[in-house]
Ligand binder design. Sequence first.
Ligand code: G3H
Ligand code: 13P
Ligand code: ZN
Length: 334
Amino acid sequence: MINYKTLGLVNTREMFAKAVKGGYAIPAFNFNNMEQLQAIIKASVDTKSPVILQVSKGARDYANQTLLRYMAEGAVAYAKELGCEKPEIVLHLDHGDSFETCKSCIDMGFSSVMIDGSHLPYEENVALTKKVVEYAHQFDVTVEGELGVLAGVEDEVSAEESHYTKPEEVVDFVTKTGCDSLAISIGTSHGAYKFTPEQCTLDPETGRLLPPPLAFDVLAAIEKELPGFPIVLHGSSSVPQDDVDTINKYGGKMVAAVGIPEEQLRKAAKSAVCKINIDSDSRLAMTAAVRKTLAEKPGEFDPRKYLGPARDSMQKLYEHKIINVLGSNDKLEK
Ligand code: G3H
Ligand code: 13P
Ligand code: ZN
């Protein structure tokens, strides 16, 4: 058993309380490899932002849970080496699918876990989430639960259509489970194809697809039921069209990729939404940079020569999200 505190990590409790009060959101970035992690840490240090490092099942299968945990420990040391005296870094399990997975992450030093019982019947979701909370809280590890189902297909996370969170269920769920934050469904979804073209309208000036707005009425009703309680938004990539265009220009084929407009996320970040999950945008930034570099320098075979620009591009993206979308910059204690 390793407690995250000995690794220099923090849980989400204080971070979320400050974010809700301050009207901003903490970035939760998924990581699977060293370049992503370097970019996340550099961006959070340069902007003085707290940050949540997320590990999905896909990441654990790809990179190994133990190795990712040691990388997060290294990230704390790296942030300090970059000049950040008091980094606020959370190591979070994304979409935990069972009590055993959550326990295994808690036991090896994760400071926060999500138990995703959103696909289960309500009472089973309550029972599973409560069980994880009871175990996690013994070690001061914070727990994110989920109510409502997000649409989208992405590796381990899939559902045909979204079902918005029912505001009338949230108080009962939070009271019975004791969870520390709640992921909700208000129209976001995972991946780079968040809406079908039929769900969108066409912008006559740009020819781009304009997605339908998020259900801010549902968010407002949830906030009314749970004043000040930390709310989480999954599936919050914006799918920057510049990156999609670059990918397509250099041999890719991404048709009708569309995300959540940034102005909607800015609005959400000012509410009780205090954690915003972003993964796909980082994948797009990385892929666009790698494709461009390899197309422009076909003789290049040193991975550092194309992963380096990809890392720079991801860092720029993370800094943009922190400063211009979530507003979590300049929030670290001196
Ligand atoms: O919520 C889904 C995340 O984007 C993780 O996806 O399982 O493909 O790593 P992944
Ligand atoms: P995106 O696919 O929109 O980046 O969402 C990521 C996510 O919700 C991770 O849990
Ligand atoms: Zn998610």
